[in-house]
Design a protein around this ligand. Structure first.
Ligand SMILES: C[S@@+](CC[C@H](N)C(=O)[O-])C[C@H]1O[C@@H](n2cnc3c(N)ncnc32)[C@H](O)[C@@H]1O
Length: 310
């Protein structure tokens, strides 16, 4: 998974304009700030350095996560495709780009308080509408069919969740880092939304209480190709990384849910594939063998995050 070519080329030029040493420093501060949940720590870094560091080291991964999630949302929504998308905390536009890929006819609106991020996003999404400012200070939020908050709801006051839901006409999608902390927060939001009448879309195969118990947590992974600059900045050998993310998608109307969801990377052994899946009421680990050719064929092609195997 990679960002669209034109976006990658533009990111490369921005990074070159900043220079490697400044970019490396900003990258270090950026990962410390996100790890410690202190985005405000980024304020002293020059905006262009901070933005370039985000574009090179984070945006490809957040795009990959949003691309995965919105693909699943599109499958579940069936014919009920959104005609308008609101990307809340849009940053540099990763989720909007993913939304454009899956819902090419939808009108996009990016809501972002950081003017530098918003300007970068405008470069590759010139036709998208922009709401620049802090959501908490915006009196009105226009209704949209699909509302997405990718890697941003964790930075917001929890009360903003209800504003996002109230503005949703078809579906609301919340994506967060795939950490136990973010999953716990998302699980609580899932419960609260379902109590308010929201219908489950993904990843859960049912609307009952989540069967996952601490210290386990529900998360998925999207493989992202690293550019050579990204590898140098992270002093990494591998030319890819696995972005871990957790998410929930809920809708105003009921959608068809899968029987189960694969919640670990399937383990392939000779003649046997081990699948760990959430059935909605519990977590089951299945050994799928050639003795069940239909299930085996499905399991061979199944990935982490896909529909489960019956
Ligand atoms: C980690 S970045 C994620 C950006 C983008 N969604 C992505 O997936 O790459 C979080 C973004 O949310 C924005 N944000 C957080 N709280 C906000 C608020 N109350 N109003 C507007 N934007 C907000 C931040 O400025 C930041 O750009």
């Amino acid at each position: 998974m990679q960002l669209p070519d034109a976006v990658r080329r533009s990111i490369q030029s921005r990074a070159e304009a900043v220079g490697f040493a400044s970019l490396a420093r900003a990258t270090l501060l950026l990962s410390d700030a996100y790890r410690d949940h202190r985005p405000q720590d980024l304020a002293p870094i020059p905006a262009e350095h901070r933005i370039a560091a985000y574009l090179v080291t984070r945006m490809p991964a957040t795009y990959a996560a949003a691309f995965h999630v919105l693909g699943e949302v599109r499958r579940r929504l069936g014919d009920r495709l959104p005609a308008s998308v609101l990307d809340v905390g849009a940053g540099t536009g990763a989720a909007s780009l993913a939304a454009r890929a899956h819902f090419p006819d939808a009108r996009l609106t990016m809501l972002e308080r950081d003017a530098g991020f918003a300007r970068a996003a405008e470069e590759w999404l010139p036709k998208a509408a922009r709401l620049t400012g802090d959501l908490a200070r915006m009196k009105e939020l226009p209704p949209h069919d699909l509302v997405i908050a990718a890697y941003s709801i964790g930075e917001m006051d929890p009360a903003q969740l209800w504003r996002l839901w109230d503005t949703t006409r078809i579906a609301l999608v919340l994506i967060e880092p795939g950490t136990p902390r973010a999953f716990t927060a998302l699980a609580a939001m899932r419960t609260a939304l379902l109590q308010r009448g929201a219908q489950m879309v993904a990843p859960c195969p049912a609307s009952g209480p989540c069967p996952i118990e601490s210290p386990d947590w529900c998360h998925f992974a999207a493989r992202v190709e690293r550019t050579s600059l990204h590898r140098r900045l992270k002093a990494a050998d591998l030319n890819y990384e696995d972005e871990k993310f957790s998410y929930i998608a809920v809708a105003r109307h009921a959608v068809e849910l899968p029987q189960a969801r694969i919640i670990r990377r399937p383990e392939h052994n000779p003649g046997r594939i081990q699948i760990t899946q959430c059935t909605g009421t519990g977590i089951e680990t299945r050994q799928v063998t050639r003795r069940d050719p239909v299930a085996f064929r499905k399991a061979r092609h199944a990935g982490w995050g896909d529909e489960g195997v019956e």
